[in-house]
Design a binder for this molecule. Structure first.
Ligand code: CA2
Length: 147
């Protein structure tokens, strides 16, 4: 039995679909969850989908993924730009880590152009709205069992 793909979303993403649709799209986080589950199911995989506004909670979930996930998809949101602690946790993983963003941070403000999380990511998907998560799931599935 293959472990599920864990999908983590960081602070404020619980508000998805309610504000700034021109940047983040109209889908709610529940819509994104459904898209991830459906995409994973197409390939016989399952998803554990979680969101938190709290850095420590996200770190606890990253540590949990070490032993119970086949791959990790993470949209760290604002913590990607600030959290060395999240990076340290991600660096302990030996599974594929896909960093995922709805928008393309490289095309936005200067302070969004660096993410600590990228230092621990196998690869990055950004700029495709909710489809970024689905593409990240596809990338994760392509990597699971590749090593
Ligand atoms: O594009 C992304 O997915 C981001 O990770 C989103 C973060 C931002 O800090 C990153 O630079 C890029 C912000 C998430 C805020 O989510 C909201 C969703 C709806 C309404 C307001 C905020």
């Amino acid at each position: 039995m293959v472990n599920p793909i864990h999908v983590l979303s960081g602070p404020n993403l619980n508000l998805l679909g309610t504000r700034e649709p021109e940047i983040y799209g109209k889908d709610t986080l529940d819509d994104v969850r459904a898209r991830c589950e459906a995409r994973a199911a197409l390939h016989g995989h399952s998803v554990v989908f979680r969101q938190s506004n709290h850095e420590g909670q996200l770190i606890d979930w990253v540590q949990e993924a070490r032993v119970s996930a086949s791959a990790l998809v993470i949209n760290p949101a604002g913590y990607g730009h600030t959290s060395i602690a999240l990076l340290d946790a991600l660096k302990t993983l030996s599974i594929p880590v896909i960093e995922c963003h709805l928008s393309n941070p490289a095309a936005r403000e200067e302070f969004r152009r660096h993410t600590y999380v990228s230092l621990a990511a196998t690869g990055i998907v950004s700029g495709f709205g909710a489809a970024s998560y689905e593409l990240a799931i596809e990338a994760a599935i392509g990597l699971i069992g590749a090593n």
